[in-house]
Design a protein around this ligand. Structure first.
Ligand SMILES: [Mg+2]
Length: 248
């Protein structure tokens, strides 16, 4: 068994690693994808839900209603339906992710205007950290015209530790990502719509930005800023204007 020695596989690095002394003082922005960089609730979440349900129904040979229940149960328990399917039913992670995200994202992507321009104006390195699969993340970033602005992409396939998937909000995952990126925790900021992930980031010592999105589960009624959130914004524009509390 090699499982005990198996560490997370490295992320997809889009640019050559630049681990110099100067980089240690540079800010690292860890961006979530769905409902953070684009409006997934608009049209994509229904597609993913449908794809997941169909993938579960086919893998377990159950009806749609049962598959829907299973999908939702594993998503709540593990942060990703795929993890429950791998752990309890032995499905192939790669096949499941492709089956569940097998649609053309291009006509469905919606985001704030001039996103590439705004991200470029944010000083520091940018890394994507999403619990979604890599092929989907890459397609969305390409459609948004911002793929080239990211140093590396961390997707669900890269979040495996000791043979087990450890997606966000795992503080262990976040510490590993920072070690891999060569940045101390206090220089890193997680920008996210999901509060539970921000809580995990704070446990790992990161700064946190909550991007409020009304379509995100458990987002409603959370108008107050929790103690583990440094800044609450409504968009990347908002982050550009109001990032002062993150300095230092
Ligand atoms: Mg999200």
């Amino acid at each position: 068994m090699k499982a005990h020695r198996q560490l997370l596989r490295p992320a997809v690095r889009l640019r050559r690693s630049r681990r110099t002394d100067a980089d240690v003082s540079e800010r690292l922005w860890l961006f979530d994808l769905d409902n953070t960089l684009h409006d997934t609730s608009y049209a994509i979440f229904p597609k993913i839900d449908h794809g997941m349900t169909m993938a579960v129904a086919e893998a377990l040979d159950v009806d749609i209603e049962t598959a829907n229940r299973v999908r939702s149960m594993y998503w709540k328990r593990y942060g990703a339906t795929m993890i429950g399917m791998v752990r309890h039913h032995g499905v192939n992670a790669h096949d499941f992710l492709h089956r569940s995200h097998d649609f053309d994202v291009d006509p469905l992507v919606r985001a704030e205007k001039a996103l590439a321009y705004k991200l470029r104006r944010l000083p520091g390195r940018k890394v994507l950290l999403t619990n979604a699969p890599l092929h989907y993340a890459r397609a969305v970033l390409s459609r948004l015209g911002i793929l080239h602005l990211f140093d590396s992409l961390w997707a669900i396939e890269h979040m495996r530790l000791h043979g087990e998937f450890r997606p966000k909000p795992s503080p262990t995952l976040l510490r590993y990502v920072l070690a891999h990126e060569g940045v101390p925790a206090h220089r890193a900021v997680l920008v996210e719509d999901t509060l539970a992930n921000l809580r995990g980031a704070r446990q790992a010592g990161l700064r946190t930005v909550h991007v409020y999105h009304p379509g995100t589960p458990f987002a409603r009624g959370r108008s107050q800023r929790p103690a583990y959130v440094d800044l609450r914004v409504n968009s990347v524009s908002d982050l550009l204007l109001r990032r002062r509390p993150l300095r230092g």
